[in-house]
Design a protein around this ligand. Sequence first.
Ligand code: FEC
Length: 287
Amino acid sequence: MAYGSPERLDDVPAYYRDIRGGRPVRQELLDDLVERYRRLGIDSGSPLNAITEETRAGLERGLGDVPVFTGMKHWTPRIAEAAEAALASGGETIVGLVLAPHYSSLSIAGYRQQLEDALAGRAELAFVDSWHDEPGFVDLLAGRVRGTDAHVVFTAHSLPARILDTGDPYKDQLLETSRLVAERAGLRSWTFSFQSKSQTGEPWLVPDIRDHLRDLYAKGVRDVLVCPVGFVADHLEIRWDLDHEAADKARELGLGFARIEMPNADPELIAVLAGLVRRALAVPSEA
Ligand code: FEC
């Protein structure tokens, strides 16, 4: 399962309404979103949906004997369509795997709910809640930061800070991934910050990467390498929020700024996903 992305500019209003889930949509925020997609050239193709399909096809090839279907949380094909296709293929046990490694009640739980609702007990569900400490994933990221002289900033999508009041594991899992990658790569200098918070009128988890870059500069850091750990693919939050907004902030400060290549459909990531599917099939969870 993947987040999903509009295929063209005309899709953005419906996509944004889906993300808002029936809550009001502010016109100026929608206009701003359309403008960000326009500047990224979305009309010539959605990078995220194409990468998701490449990942699906790679995983299906890698598994060999297990069909793989894509279901998107906020776009088409929807998770419910993927569930129907999996059932139609004769699946009696269905693995639910999200292309996002860290669990939160405000992210992965929503994917799980959509899948459970769609299956409605018609198959056994083996759902992977999180894979933030999967050794192959840690190795992959470590390989992309090893040997750098820059200060490494690990990042992930921010979420409303209220998740911390209910014992949500999201932040701890993100820090755990960052620590494991830093150890595996032998990094001397690293920190973690959030990115991509929305304007929903409530506090979100901080520090935001732009404030964090300012603090790092004040502490004498002059070069950063950004390593997103909460996403696996190139999309709006990478190509706009990091490559434009955070990079602009770094330029304004006089701070050297680079980011790792995202895993996308890298065979190393596909191998990690295949391992997760195999393990989930061996031990189905309680649906
Ligand atoms: O490239 C693309 O077209 C899609 C990029 C994209 C990814 C993504 C991943 C996550 N989000 C998460 C949480 C939230 C929460 C809200 C929210 C809002 C947006 C908006 C866009 C958007 N997100 Fe997203 N997210 C992506 C895109 N996200 C566009 C709407 C505009 C905006 O607010 O900036 C707030 C919803 C609300 O309004 O109440 C919360 C989390 C992830 C990482 C996990 C995952 O991939 O599922 C968490 C990719």
